[in-house]
Design a binder for this molecule. Structure first.
Ligand code: TEU
Ligand code: CA
Length: 570
């Protein structure tokens, strides 16, 4: 399929822009960087902080030729033995030398600030690395003052683990320490012992880490599996249930989502509120939308992974959005949306299964149009804006052996900047192989192509920034039970936007179940319509071409007359 729009006629800017009066994290987008795969400047094959600095103009150079991201979330850059690609932190207040120095970090924060980009740190505090100083001390002796900073228990009868809990990554959640003859708890790898959040010293040490980074100028935090911080004080056995893996065959009742967590989040929030415009987004681990929503009362946002897990069906997305948006709207909280991250197969590949590469690209655009026009902050996972797919990694090249149910390396391959060696990612030997398609799929090529996925992301972000209804408006589906199309209305202070997405590769004629509030609209962006930039009349029945994504905004009274004239001329 082809886009009919030309590069300069696709978006008609309006004067209205509220982005400077609302918090940065509400307008977004926030861009997730997996630092080891972003850009390597010293040729060691591992991305680094200097590499991120080099690419900041790509992320936001103050013009619509960039992605205009408002924040970057950095997956962990702390010293780590790398058993879980950095999510096993050995020191929360230092930079791993492979990524650079604290000076590089300060330079990154300063360069970001110049561009209106906020830095979001990944806080991994449910557990530490087993090589963290705290754990080395804790395991050294039963009487060590840090013993109780982790969760140690006596074996049950016949040396069995203290309870029936499982590790999310597979195997039991307990490992026996021969030296001190007790078990320690780990929700993830044995090399990731869980901190004892019931211990007030642990809580205040963790709050200290937040403050450390706030003092260095960061503006936000992504909280890794925060809902697992607290365990039931008696560590009761989890009840059994039907499931397909040892983890899902238990109801995770006593090892996460404990009521004490809310009190801690209130305390955390008051610390964050000391620093203006700070944001915390929680990674609600293994939880339903209702639980994720409950945490949005204390945190600024939380991820609800139901959205990311939907199949390529408008009905499924609509149901999920309706639930999530409704839950949050009813309590005055702000949603966020994410389609890909470093833990899941990339969505261009997921949605493109069984269709041609060009159709998969068309679907990636539909997905982008949805992500960037919902009510809530969009999170973009580095590389999705050029339609990166997962890359099969032969087992002898695998790094991520942590997760027993499938390596996550395929969605963590290096960013594809240009057609030079290693996609311009590194002059050395990349830590993980680069996708074989990098000669045809990279930033440099897509920047020069107005029909590329990257150009489409940029146009969507521009339109979003220019349209208060898209940034702030209520969200309302216009079909009761959609089949191949997803069509919704956004409304903010009497201004409207309509987003119409055809998920199928054939033409669709759709009669809307809800009435449109006005008749005349500006066609603002489209993958197919030739009349972008013009006023159009929309009726209750819409015609959508194959994989069409179109966005319309209501014509305001002032320009109404002109617009109608333009219709006559057009
Ligand atoms: O992820 C939590 C987690 O385990 C899930 O997101 C999981 O990876 C996913 O459901 C698999 O389908 C966080 C980090 O994002 C992840 O990279 C870490 O491995 C994990 O915590 C432990 O720190
Ligand atoms: Ca490097």
């Amino acid at each position: 399929m082809t886009d009919l729009v030309s590069e300069d006629s696709d978006v008609v800017p309006t004067k209205a822009s509220n982005s400077d009066v609302s918090p940065w994290w509400k307008t977004g987008p926030i861009y997730q960087i997996f630092p080891r795969s972003f850009c390597d400047t010293n040729g060691d094959g591992v991305g680094d902080l200097r590499g991120i600095i080099d690419k900041l103009d790509y992320l936001n150079d103050g013009t619509d030729r960039s992605l205009r991201v408002k924040g970057i979330w950095l997956s962990p850059i702390y010293p780590s033995p790398g058993r879980d690609s950095g999510y096993d932190v050995a020191d929360h207040e230092t930079i791993d030398p492979k990524f650079g120095s604290m000076d590089d970090f300060d330079a990154l924060v300063a360069e970001c600030r110049r561009r209106g980009i906020h830095v979001v740190m990944d806080m991994v505090l449910n557990h530490t690395s087993d090589l963290h100083r705290w754990f080395l001390e804790s395991r050294s002796d039963r009487n060590d003052p840090r013993r109780d900073w982790y969760i140690w228990r006596e074996p049950r009868r016949r040396g069995r683990p203290p309870n029936n809990w499982r590790s999310f990554f597979g195997g039991p959640a307990w490992t026996f320490d021969e030296d001190t003859q007790q078990y320690f708890l780990h929700t993830f790898l044995p090399q990731q012992p869980d901190l004892n959040w019931q211990n007030p010293e642990v809580r205040s040490a963790c709050l200290g880490i937040f403050r450390f980074w706030l003092e260095r100028g960061v503006s936000g935090f992504r909280l890794d599996v925060f809902n697992a911080y607290f365990k039931h004080p008696e560590l009761l056995d989890n009840p059994r249930q039907l499931g397909t893996t040892p983890w899902t065959r238990q109801r995770q009742l006593y090892n996460k989502d404990r009521p004490e967590l809310h009190d801690f989040l209130i305390e955390l929030r008051s610390l964050l509120d000391e620093y203006p415009e700070t944001m915390a987004v929680g990674e609600t681990f293994d939880a339903q939308a209702e639980l994720a929503a409950s945490y949005c009362k204390q945190l600024h946002m939380a991820f609800d992974f139901d959205f990311l897990q939907q199949p390529w069906k408008p009905r499924s997305f609509q149901r999920t959005i309706k639930k999530w948006d409704g839950l949050l709207a009813s309590q005055g909280s702000w949603p966020c949306y994410v389609l890909s991250n470093h833990d899941h197969p990339r969505h261009a590949g997921r949605y493109g299964q069984g269709v041609s590469p060009s159709e998969a690209d068309a679907r990636a655009k539909i997905a982008a149009a949805m992500l960037l026009t919902l009510r809530g902050t969009p999170f973009i996972y580095s590389g999705e804006e050029i339609g990166l797919r997962d890359v099969p990694i032969p087992s002898h090249e695998e790094w991520d052996v942590a997760f027993k149910y499938g390596s996550r390396d395929p969605s963590r391959t290096p960013m594809q900047w240009n057609s030079d060696v290693n996609a311009g990612f590194s002059s050395g030997h990349p830590w993980l192989r680069v996708a074989p398609d990098y000669h045809t799929r990279n930033v440099a090529i897509q920047e020069g192509d107005p029909r590329s996925i990257l150009s489409f992301y940029r146009r969507l972000v521009t339109l979003r920034n220019d349209t208060p209804a898209l940034l702030f408006g209520d969200w309302q589906p216009l079909q009761d039970d959609p089949d191949d199309t997803l069509i919704y209305l956004r409304e903010h202070q009497g201004a409207y936007a309509v987003v119409a997405l055809n998920f199928s590769n054939t033409r669709r004629r759709v009669t809307l179940d809800k009435r449109l509030p006005v008749r005349y609209w500006n066609a603002r962006l489209s993958t197919r319509r030739p009349d972008v930039g013009w006023a159009v009349r929309l009726d209750q029945t819409l015609e959508l071409g194959p994989y069409e994504a179109s966005v319309f905004t209501s014509v305001d009274e002032m320009s109404d007359v002109n617009s109608r004239e333009r219709i006559a001329i057009g």
